[in-house]
Design a protein around this ligand. Structure first.
Ligand SMILES: Nc1ncnc2c1ncn2[C@@H]1O[C@H](COP(=O)(O)OP(=O)(O)OP(=O)(O)O)[C@@H](O)[C@H]1O
Ligand SMILES: [Mg+2]
Length: 245
């Protein structure tokens, strides 16, 4: 069986005058169904680059990205849109909710694009909002909610499409630490319920809440393994010095 997500020697290079910036440099990993993986690294390490490739928003300069066993680079625009709709649920730092729509309508937007008929959209959006604890606020507008609640709406929106992968890019970045923890707990619950979650973060204390950590530095994978292992959070420079000394 193929992995849900597979990077094979993925590179993303940018030419800046005379210098080549290697945002991703031969990155390889596989993510299986049901995993909860944090992709972590400092600013500029290549997280967004990976996120954009995983999310089919960008393609590698070289190497291969397989989503559910299919080579994304070989797809045309329509195939891409279709696989993105079917496979991926996005959660961003900014919730990207539409202010004039109700919570339920906001959750329905991607379902509408996916061509789901109205009665089913209604039902699925209601269930998704109930799952994130907002079942009593279907007709509210985003502005009537706290930041954490708005992020829960965006989680419901990601869930409503029943995606194979939930892709969360710094989902707690705009939240205070308490609310951030709540959102993280929700991702853990989704994982416990069988969902595959890929979380992008620069924050070690958030990454260790996942099951597995893929750590990036300068476009390279420098750690891939158990999130609870001590070496999962050791910064590579210090580790290198430690080993040398
Ligand atoms: N469009 C671009 N043109 C040139 N260089 C780029 C471009 N996008 C990214 N880079 C470079 O690639 C490297 C990786 O960038 P990336 O955005 O993936 O980092 P990141 O880990 O997401 O950082 P942050 O935590 O700050 O969001 C950086 O050195 C960045 O400057
Ligand atoms: Mg980034």
């Amino acid at each position: 069986m193929s992995s849900l997500i597979e990077f094979r020697e993925v590179c993303k290079y940018y030419q800046m005058g005379d210098t080549t910036v290697k945002a991703a440099d031969r990155i390889s990993f596989q993510i299986q169904k049901g995993e909860f993986v944090a992709i972590v690294g400092q600013s500029g390490s290549g997280k967004s680059t990976c996120m954009n490739i995983i999310g089919c928003l960008d393609v590698p300069t070289s190497g291969t990205y397989l989503l559910d066993g299919q080579d994304v680079d070989q797809m045309d625009k329509n195939q891409l849109a279709a696989i993105r709709n079917k496979m991926l649920g996005f959660i961003f730092q900014q919730y990207n909710l539409l202010p004039k729509l109700t919570l339920q309508e906001n959750v329905e937007v991607p379902l509408m694009y996916a061509g789901v008929p109205k009665p089913e959209r209604h039902e699925r959006s209601r269930i998704a909002l109930e799952m994130v604890g907002l079942g009593d606020k279907l007709k509210h507008k985003p502005m009537q909610l706290s930041g954490g609640q708005q992020q829960r709406v965006s989680i419901a929106r990601a869930l409503a499409g029943d995606p194979a992968v939930i892709l969360a890019d710094e989902p707690t970045g705009a939240l205070d630490s308490h609310t951030g923890r709540e959102v993280l707990t929700m991702l853990q619950q989704l994982h416990a319920a069988g969902n595959t979650v890929v979380l992008i973060t620069h924050d070690n204390s958030i990454a260790v809440q996942a099951q597995r950590i893929i750590r990036l530095e300068d476009g390279h994978v420098i750690y891939d393994g158990d999130a609870s292992a001590p070496e999962a959070v050791v910064t590579p420079n210090l580790a290198g010095r430690g080993a040398a000394g």
